[in-house]
Design a protein around this ligand. Sequence first.
Ligand code: NAD
Ligand code: APR
Length: 229
Amino acid sequence: MDRIVVLSGAGLSAESGLGTFRDMGGIWTRYDLSEVATPEGFAADPAKVHDFYNARRANMAGAAPNAAHDALARLSGRADVTLVTQNIDDLLERAGASGVIHMHGELSRALCHACRARWDAPASMAPGDPCPACAAPATRPDVVWFGEVPYHMERIEAALADADLFVSIGTSGQVYPAAGFVEMARLSGARTLELNLEASGGRFDEVREGPATEVVPTWVAGLIGDASA
Ligand code: NAD
Ligand code: APR
């Protein structure tokens, strides 16, 4: 099988009830990202940032993986497939996927910005929570904010350089460096495919429009057969 890199965005989890960011009613139409998704916002008002992520963590706990997560989980674990996501939810893991690369971090994890320790986040975090490793009151959600460097970029760039096929699922392609992956894949000679509710406008060889719960399982079944049949 081809060496495949799959990038997913908020559209993958939309039908599980988790909000997207820039669609109608999206998260960034209801919150000012500079206040809740930047280091400056966290420094200015850590309680507001923790409240924002505590609410999203509660939404995530109440959500369930959808058919698109289930389909990608059937692909995961294969040596020739690299699953990269911009999403900070755990729905791919709850669908059974393993080895998912969360380039924007994970809502289910916490980080100490004093000693860089990471651990499973509690349901609710608050300013001054002590780090379980160094006791410093320096804990935050393990989420990459605007202006910060995304995680695992070397692994992602190596996979893109080696890819035969790049598939973008449910992302508007507005935020770099993820927005540049399609071009990096093309320069490596990969074919490029977008699966999205509507074309994002990025330069793809092929676009299949439709809800992720329809277009993703159909694509995966075409690739490896329909395990759900
Ligand atoms: P960027 O400039 O690459 O992206 C900013 C994008 O966000 C813009 O293109 C615009 O589409 C959108 N945007 C900016 N202000 C907005 C607003 N007020 N309302 C709605 N949309 C708005 O971002 P950057 O500052 O260069 O940071 C990029 C880095 O941050 C990357 O490493 C990225 O992975 C990371 N990041 C993480 C998160 C997260 O929530 N985990 C969010 C954004 C970016
Ligand atoms: N099925 C497939 N795609 C969908 C669906 C659906 N049911 N619903 C929405 N979409 C698509 C939209 O067409 C859009 O292209 O999901 C995309 C959502 O785009 P954004 O809201 O911009 O989310 P995303 O691309 O993931 O944002 C990237 O920006 O704010 C940061 O860190 C945040 O990781 C996020 C990054």
